[in-house]
Design a protein around this ligand. Structure first.
Ligand code: NAP
Length: 250
């Protein structure tokens, strides 16, 4: 029997772990798709393609053209457009879709979180909490802060495009970050409030732990709605779903 072809929509640590597991299994061939946002991406095992598909129609055409048996949307929880495209394209092409998404974070004792629905609301709430902000959001959220008067620390893998907050300092760095490192960064820049997205996961939680230890308020941007598709939160669950779904198709 020929191996089943799986397209992993990637750009996350979960996607790389899933690709590695599928690559080891002779029952699968795996292709990971990356958007091409990062100049030097961390490459997963298996085949890799880079760049947009040209919307849902382009993705559906790619699926048909490559005889894809299943798609796993393992993109970042805030990458809403590609997730919506994946739903539309897999429906059109008749290919099963699974969403692999790590759980969001939960507030614990000592946390001072202010949950907000979007970056625009974060930009109006955060300056009420401090004059020196650490905007630990994705680059795509930074334009929402262009009008704030507060001083802002920004951190990104590659320089973010404008518009950016008027008074800012940019640190170029790629995670994961340690709690010690995050605490030192918050202290060094005398940060008074942190803005972050509810990305979830261990790799990016250190800033929240450091903020809790320093007693700092956090403005946490809620996730966009989950795509309407079967969903799991871990790589082993995704592997189980793929085995069951693809066995049923043969
Ligand atoms: P987005 O707004 O949902 O997607 C915008 C467009 O980028 C999509 O319509 C698609 O173009 C293309 N695209 C996105 N992900 C793609 C993928 N994996 N493969 C091929 N094309 C993709 O996405 P985003 O928020 O810009 O994120 C881009 C990528 O970075 C995602 O793969 C995500 O996993 C990763 N990432 C994002 C964040 C974040 O904060 N959003 C954080 C870490 C990693 P076409 O319509 O032309 O196909």
């Amino acid at each position: 029997m020929s191996p089943a072809g799986v397209l992993v929509l990637g750009g996350t640590a979960e996607a790389r772990r899933l690709a590695a597991a599928l690559h080891r299994d002779p029952g699968f061939t795996v292709t990971t798709s990356l958007a091409g946002r990062v100049a030097v991406p961390r490459l997963p095992c298996g085949e890799v393609r880079i760049g947009g598909f040209g919307g849902a129609d382009g993705l559906a055409a790619w699926l048909r053209g490559h005889g894809t048996d299943a798609v796993v949307d393992a993109t970042h929880p805030f990458a809403a457009r590609i997730s919506a495209n994946a739903v539309a394209a897999t429906t059109a092409a008749g290919v099963p879709l699974l969403v692999l998404r790590r759980p969001g974070w939960t507030e614990g004792p000592g946390d001072r979180w202010h949950r907000v629905p979007d970056a625009a609301t974060a930009a109006s709430v955060a300056p009420e909490l401090g004059d020196r902000l650490f905007l630990a959001t994705g680059s795509g959220d930074l334009p929402a802060f262009a009008g704030v008067d507060a001083w802002c620390l920004l951190r990104a893998v590659d320089p973010p495009p404008p518009p950016l907050p008027r008074r800012h300092h940019l640190v170029l760095a790629r995670g994961p970050f340690t709690t010690d490192g995050e605490r030192a960064l918050l202290r060094e820049h005398r940060i008074e409030a942190l803005v972050a997205r509810d990305s979830g996961g261990e790799l990016t939680a250190a800033k929240l732990v450091a903020a809790r230890e320093l007693g700092l308020p956090v403005v946490l941007i809620d996730r966009p709605p989950a795509p309407p598709a079967p969903s799991v939160t871990s790589v082993p669950e995704a592997l189980e779903w793929l085995a069951a779904t693809l066995a049923a198709r043969r």
